[in-house]
Design a protein around this ligand. Structure first.
Ligand SMILES: [Zn+2]
Length: 311
């Protein structure tokens, strides 16, 4: 079974073994096939309008086009972060958040900055992964201009994949981080628990989820979150697959969890409502007027595969 979830599967070589080589990095920037994916205030640059198939194409630029926006002397190297190499080119990303209107510099591009939450369902799978990667990497950089050990400014290293403390007394290297979260479909026989989250304005139902805490295994996090959110005890927990979730910097780890108790007590903090749903009710969601989480989400995938009994 193919478990490449949406926002993963960029099919890109991240060339981790070469990223420390600044000469190599600078050579890539001047390569003909170098492409840059701009990110601006958390949004990705895509075509202003979808194509004939309703798909938003990535709108990338060249390092030369980026240079005047990020540097007076045309040196773009410090501003670019390497994403990696793919068959069709070398990919970088750049954060243009400091500029109020970066699109003003490229009137020839019919592009726009769009939130990935809004357009995620309308981009190709591989493009979704590239946009997610660019957004996530830029978010980490934007949150780590200073060393969390000593407070001194940090400098970018390894082609954009580390930040190094500038203090000679400290000099700690900081690596990009991803926060693990568990997401689980709780089921018992032909029934499963779905919940409506208070933050979600559409009345849709999805699986339970929560962050992993320090000193906790993933299985323990699943059991704790389910107990906290709906008051149900779980037994067997089975890993399914994972999904990068750049909102802003999470990795969703998907599970199926077997319920050992039935009574639901909704926490009232995160959830507005939670209840048991029959398999048939979920399978015929449309007919029943039941809105489920988006097909690109791992939540939906966990649910769909349980409904279709492929797990
Ligand atoms: Zn430091």
């Amino acid at each position: 079974m193919n478990h490449v979830n949406f926002y993963a599967g960029a099919d890109i070589d991240r060339v981790g073994e070469k990223r420390r080589d600044t000469v190599w990095f600078n050579g890539l920037i001047t390569a003909n096939e170098a492409r840059v994916l701009p990110v601006w205030r958390g949004k990705n640059m895509v075509a202003r309008e979808p194509d004939a198939n309703g798909v938003f194409q990535i709108s990338w630029v060249s390092p030369e086009q980026v240079a005047p926006l990020v540097s007076k002397d045309g040196d773009v190297a410090d501003a670019l972060y390497l994403l990696g190499e793919r068959e069709d080119g070398i990919y970088f990303t750049v954060d243009l958040s400091a500029i109020d209107d970066p699109l003003g510099a490229w009137p020839e591009l019919d592009a726009a900055f769009a939130g990935l939450r809004e357009i995620g369902a309308f981009v190709d799978h591989a493009d979704g992964a590239m946009l997610s990667y660019a957004k996530g990497l830029n978010h980490w950089h934007s949150r780590h201009p200073f060393c969390s050990d000593c407070g001194a400014p940090t400098n970018v290293g390894d082609s954009g994949h580390v930040r190094v403390c500038s203090s000679t007394d400290c000099g700690v290297t900081h690596f990009p981080r991803t926060d693990p979260a568990v997401i689980m479909l709780v089921h018992q026989g032909d029934r499963c628990i779905l919940a409506h989250n208070k933050r979600n304005k559409t009345p849709s139902y999805s699986t339970l989820a929560g962050f992993v805490e320090p000193g906790e295994s993933l299985e323990e996090a699943v059991a704790r979150e389910v107990m906290e959110e709906v008051g149900v005890r779980v037994g067997r927990v089975t890993y399914h697959s994972s999904q990068p979730w750049p909102f802003p910097g999470n990795l969703m780890l998907g599970f199926h969890a077997e319920a050992l108790s039935e009574d639901i007590t909704v926490d009232g903090i995160e959830l507005a409502e939670a209840r048991w749903f029959d398999r048939e009710e979920v399978r015929d969601a449309k007919k029943n007027g039941l809105i489920l989480s988006r097909p690109i989400s791992i939540s939906r995938r966990l649910l769909d595969e349980w409904v279709n009994e492929t797990v």
